[in-house]
Write a new protein. Structure first.
Length: 257
């Protein structure tokens, strides 16, 4: 499969594609996803979301080989976002909306959903310093694990001045609150048969309902590589949207190319 011919630079419709959970733990899966995405949208026309220490068992610090891979991907032009610190929810809520989100929207991975401000600030600051030291340039922004943010995380985002942030329904500038793109992320879930089935249905509906949305966002995860039906759905979804939307960088939302 060849990469699509580029759209006119004046096209207002953009396709933003990202690989989540980039970590030494999932290096082989990230490689496979990067190759797959490149065939659809072109080399380096997608983002990577980097976890400094996945579940506190796969640190990038001290792993020179993986650090070199990250630097190489960044040198190719792949945008690098900080994606939490551990991706593990170590302060789960027990009641209210946060507890419902933590239970039903993620498998114990809503790291920033219930973090106090001071802890969220420290993890964001330390994570950004680590990733930027590895890649030799600023990160593109911050995206919380499972796209879940609590009040402490939002306050820390504003304080630290990340250029971009993203949740399930939008991309925005944390400093000003300006919303740069609206609409749901198309993504897939691999951890159970019901979630596989529901994500396949959601992607199918997205292919029908979203073609006229100005900005389409598609996110893939390492676990997707273990389910052939998910990979087929990813291929079908990307093939559908590269016909109507220009594969783009997140930075282009703010006018930079």
């Amino acid at each position: 499969m060849n990469a699509p011919a580029p759209f006119s630079s004046t096209s207002a419709r953009r396709l933003l594609v990202s690989i989540h959970d980039v970590s030494p733990r999932f290096e082989a899966q990230v490689d496979a996803l990067a190759e797959r995405l490149s065939r659809h949208v072109g080399a380096a026309q997608f983002a990577m979301l980097v976890i400094p220490d996945h579940w506190r068992g796969a640190p990038i610090a001290g792993n020179a080989a993986f650090a070199a891979r990250l630097r190489g991907w960044a040198d190719q032009g792949i945008e690098m976002f900080l994606h939490g610190w551990s991706h593990k929810d170590e302060t789960p809520a027990t009641e209210g909306l946060a507890a419902i989100k933590g239970k039903h929207m993620t498998a114990g991975e809503g790291e920033f959903l219930n973090l106090p401000h001071a802890e969220a600030l420290q993890r964001m600051r330390d994570g950004r310093a680590l990733v930027e030291d590895v890649i030799g340039r600023p990160v593109a922004g911050f995206i919380a694990p499972a796209w879940l943010y609590g009040e402490g995380a939002h306050a820390a985002l504003r304080e630290l001045g990340f250029a971009l942030a993203e949740d399930h329904m939008k991309v925005w500038r944390p400093a000003s609150g300006e919303v740069l793109a609206k609409g749901p992320v198309i993504t897939w879930a691999s951890r159970s048969k019901p979630r596989i089935a529901s994500s396949l249905l959601a992607a199918s509906l997205g292919r029908l309902a979203l073609p006229f949305t100005e900005t389409i966002r598609v996110a893939v995860h390492p676990g997707d590589t273990t389910v052939p039906a998910l990979l087929a759905s990813i291929d079908k979804t990307l093939a559908r949207f590269v016909r109507t939307h220009q594969p783009s960088r997140y930075a282009a939302l703010g006018g930079a190319q």
